[in-house]
Design a protein around this ligand. Structure first.
Ligand code: 0A1
Ligand code: ZN
Length: 881
């Protein structure tokens, strides 16, 4: 099944200002194969000389031609040789090198010179903190040397690297270190060989002054793998958790997916300048320090969890991504969606399923739902792009994972495993497509996915509306699905939506048995057995489908589900539904005084049972205590003709938090006191830390002075970062002397630790303090602020853009600040700059006054000269009709 495309669109008409649109349907195999690649690097921070030797053979599947096109980006060739003889009849076509080449097989040698120090885009070979490292996904390798820089050209690499030994004592590359030695004038060299054919995006090289935390792992078949976490010497004592997480990931993948590691060496290097979280280069992962370094004094429980998740993610890519890679970048979700699912299942097994599932759904709703409802919406397998970096999105990653999770929900874990086994068997060593994956699951797990393929084609979050009717001892559940129109896709077809459901009885307190139903038509009626009178339907339990369920349940039914449902996710969901219903109605001025009071009191009752339920584990309690975020409420409010009103949502949400804080003052105080007594190492310590800050945040809504004193006390006596940061977060929202004092104390204590200084910026940029805009402006002038480090930029400006009361300030000042940062960052680091555009891109769903201000900022950016391809694409999509 395919979605109809217009025969010709404005996108097809080339314009000098528009980077070309690359289309999935235009895929053709490359004309040459590159079975072997040899690279020689003479390393220097200001000048690195690269000599690439490519063994080439005709690809029988490729088109015949009498030349070869090698991708480049900002390169010039110092020398080109074919079969050992220098040639001069090569030409440049834009950034690419084109060499006349006929016949069947040749060796091409190309020399280039690059300057890592001036590489501020952090793609290709660049300098970070005096070391050299690479980032090649998606198209960074072409900034190092001319090459067919596309994922379907697989090659084995032999690499020689040399450089000054004092500056770069450690020389790392993919695969195994085959030889090393000393050179002249204080240089040394190392040779590396990676036996596994790989695409260029998985190439990596690191040279620097690093030390390793090492421990070997014995695989299921008894092979020893040396695992190293490489960092700067001062960070060594904060690498234990990453190393343990790596070992846990290796074991888990053997046990759960039957996948064993395939080299004798696994290196992870932490770098402070990195555009994303981490990168799965074969045998040499490069990580943002944020996802490696942790100890209880400097990292929160959430940081520890994120490290475990990202270490797992990159490790799992060794099979889902490296052994089987993508045919082209439209297939990105093949490796990313599947690997996110694998890392989610891993973390569920390590930390408990319920809380992890709630966290993942929260991320999906916060990051992916707005994307799917806005101008940047795209299917998990996009149809076109101008800059592939813009498609490393929550849709490709997180919705991609949900789509594969649905397959697993429909088959059960065992059959799903048979499907993934077949996928790994069939496609090992290949560059595959999403269609290959679907076919393997169909055959291996015995599941018909014909209609399910629509999930790969159609963008937009489906809505499922629910109505029910009792007929004797059965309940007729009528479900209707609609998939909203998205850019380029006005009409949608119904998709299979697997939903775990149960029918409970409120009056008899009995819980119905769970079953899986699959809604695959526009409207469908399901007959379900009743468990007793007053049926209450629990639907999408465990969040089996990434959809929005629309129904109007009585508050009493929702309170019942929140307190009694046997599915923990359903309890959480009922709490959220109760809060969303109330807050959207309140923000839309649909409630009179009595209705407002009734809604608040239902939520206060539900929250009371959450706060006081002794049977509830604190980690789960912490989830249930969280109200839906303002961003999620915007999505819920912006429906049909109704626009989101950030000011009204903020007012309604703050009023509800105040009501909860006031009504439950005693219970919240007791909760905080109890949690404060739990020791750090206690098995219940994590849960206690989570709820203590939640309790403080509510107390701050009703008694600011008391909360300030309690938070200052928590801060002063904290023996870990979770408590310290939690207390400081609460203080940051208050206008009190304790705020400034503790912010200074925090900075003074951690000023030499970049990751903690990032937290210090974030806490202030995220705060609900009335002067947050002025404070953020001041922070941009702080000596520790630099626009060239992505972590630091995100710590201030991503946090600010995610702070609704700051970003959506009525004056438009928040929008202006984000547009200014995009314009300032674009020439330095376009990839990171473009990531800020989506915040402004939501203008169509916001009330008219703010929408006009947001749009004006997008227009200001689009009028700027020499915009990068990255920012150009995001801004133009955001402005298009
Ligand atoms: N494949 C990596 C993500 C990644 C993508 C692009 C990058 O370029 C800056 C870096 C990392 C992952 O999924 O972890
Ligand atoms: Zn990934």
């Amino acid at each position: 099944m395919d979605i109809a495309h217009d025969p010709i669109t404005a996108d097809d008409i080339p314009s000098p200002a528009q980077p070309p649109l690359i289309k999935r349907e235009d895929y053709t195999p490359y004309a040459w194969r590159v079975p072997e690649t040899a690279l020689d690097f003479a390393l220097g921070l200001d000048q690195t000389q690269v000599t690439a030797t490519l063994k080439l053979e005709r690809n029988p599947a490729g088109e015949a031609s009498d030349e070869i096109r090698l991708n480049g980006d900002g390169l010039t060739a110092d020398r080109v040789a074919v079969d050992g003889a220098n040639i001069t009849d090569w030409r440049m076509d834009g950034p690419d090198l084109v060499i006349p080449l006929s016949g069947k097989a040749h060796t091409v040698e190309i020399a280039t010179t690059i300057n890592p120090r001036t590489n501020t885009a952090l793609m290709g070979l660049y300098a970070s903190n005096g070391m050299l490292c690479t980032q090649c996904e998606a198209e960074g390798f072409r900034r190092i040397t001319f090459f067919p820089d596309r994922p379907d050209v697989l090659s084995t690499y032999r690499v020689r690297m040399s450089g000054p030994k004092d500056q770069f004592p450690i020389l790392l590359c993919n695969g195994n270190n085959t030889e090393s030695g000393e050179g002249e004038d204080g240089t040394h060299w190392a040779e590396w060989h990676d036996p596994w054919p790989k695409p260029s995006y998985l190439f990596a090289l690191v040279a620097g002054d690093l030390v390793a935390n090492s421990a070997s792992f014995t695989t299921a078949s008894g092979r020893e793998v040396e695992c190293n976490i490489w960092v700067r010497a001062e960070d060594l004592q904060r690498t234990g958790h990453a190393l343990e997480s790596l070992h846990r990931s290796m074991k888990w993948d053997e046990e759960v997916f039957g996948r064993e590691y395939d080299l004798d060496l696994y290196n992870v290097v932490a770098v402070s300048d990195f555009n994303m979280g981490a990168m799965e280069n074969k045998g040499l992962n490069v990580f943002n320090t944020k996802y490696v370094l942790a100890d209880p004094d400097t990292a929160t429980d959430a940081d520890f969890d994120a490290i475990e998740g990202v270490i797992g993610h990159e490790y799992f890519h060794n099979w889902s991504g490296n052994r089987i890679t993508c045919r082209d970048w439209f297939q990105l979700s093949l490796k990313e969606g599947f690997t996110v699912l694998r890392d989610q299942l891993f973390s569920q097994d390590m930390r408990g399923e319920a809380v992890k599932r709630i966290e993942d759904v929260r991320i999906l709703r916060a990051a992916q739902f707005p994307e799917d409802a806005g101008p940047l919406a795209h299917p998990i397998r996009p149809d076109s792009y101008r800059e592939i970096s813009n498609f490393y999105t929550a849709t490709v990653y997180n919705k991609g994972a949900e789509v594969i999770r649905m397959m697993r929900s429909m088959t059960g874990a065992e059959r799903f495993r048979a499907g993934t086994d077949l996928y790994f068997d069939r496609h090992d060593g290949e560059a595959a497509t999403c269609e290959d994956f679907v076919q393997a699951i169909e055959a291996g797990a015995d599941l018909d996915l014909e209609q399910f393929r629509l999930w790969y084609q159609q963008a937009g979050t489906p809505k499922v509306s629910v109505s029910q009717q009792v007929d004797g001892d059965i309940l007729r559940l009528t479900l209707t699905q609609t998939v909203p129109a998205t850019p380029g896709q006005p009409d949608k077809q119904p998709m299979p939506i697997p939903l775990r459901v149960a029918v409970h009885s409120r009056t008899t307190d009995s819980l119905g048995a769970e079953q899986l139903i699959v809604l695959d038509q526009a409207t469908q009626v399901f007959e379900l057995p009743l468990a007793g009178p007053d049926p209450v339907v629990s639907i999408n339990r465990g969040y089996t489908a990434p959809v929005i369920v629309e129904r109007s349940l009585d508050n009493a039914d929702l309170v019942f589900l929140a307190a009694h449902d046997d599915d923990p996710f359903a309890r959480y969901e009922a709490m959220q539904e109760l809060a969303v219903g109330h807050l959207v109605a309140a923000a839309s001025a649909e409630l009179d005084g009595a209705a407002l009071a009734e809604g608040q009191s239902a939520l206060v009752d539900a929250m009371r049972s959450v706060v006081t339920d002794v049977a509830l584990d604190d980690s789960m309690r912490g989830e249930l205590m969280l109200l839906p975020s303002e961003t999620y409420l915007f999505e819920a409010m912006a429906s049909g003709d109704r626009k989101a009103d950030p000011g009204a949502i903020n007012t309604a949400r703050e009023a509800l938090r105040t009501a909860i804080g006031q009504a439950l003052a005693t219970e919240l105080n007791a909760l905080h006191v109890r949690a404060q007594k739990v020791d750090f190492d206690d098995p219940d310590g994590r849960g206690a830390r989570k709820i203590k800050t939640q309790a403080l945040a509510y107390i701050a809504m009703s008694d600011r002075a008391k909360a300030a004193a309690m938070a200052a006390h928590q801060f002063d006596h904290a023996d870990n970062m979770t408590d310290r940061q939690g207390a400081l977060m609460v203080l940051c929202g208050l206008d009190c002397p304790e705020r400034g004092e503790r912010l200074t104390a925090f900075y003074d204590r951690y000023k030499t630790n970049d990751l903690v200084v990032d937290k210090w910026f974030t806490l202030q940029a995220l705060s609900s303090h009335p002067d947050v805009i002025a404070q953020a402006k001041q922070l941009a002038e702080h000596p520790d602020f630099t626009i060239s480090n992505p972590n630091r930029v995100r710590s201030l400006y991503m946090a600010f853009a995610g702070n609704p009361s700051a970003f959506h300030a009525e004056s438009g000042e928040g929008y202006r600040m984000i547009a200014d940062v995009i314009l300032a960052l674009d020439p330095i680091n376009p990839q990171t700059a473009a990531r800020f555009v989506s915040a402004l891109g939501r203008w169509r769903r916001i009330e008219p006054k703010r929408a006009a201000l947001m749009k004006a900022e997008l227009e200001r950016i689009s009028n700027a000269k020499n915009l990068s391809r990255d920012t150009f694409e995001q801004v133009s999509r955001s402005l298009e009709g």
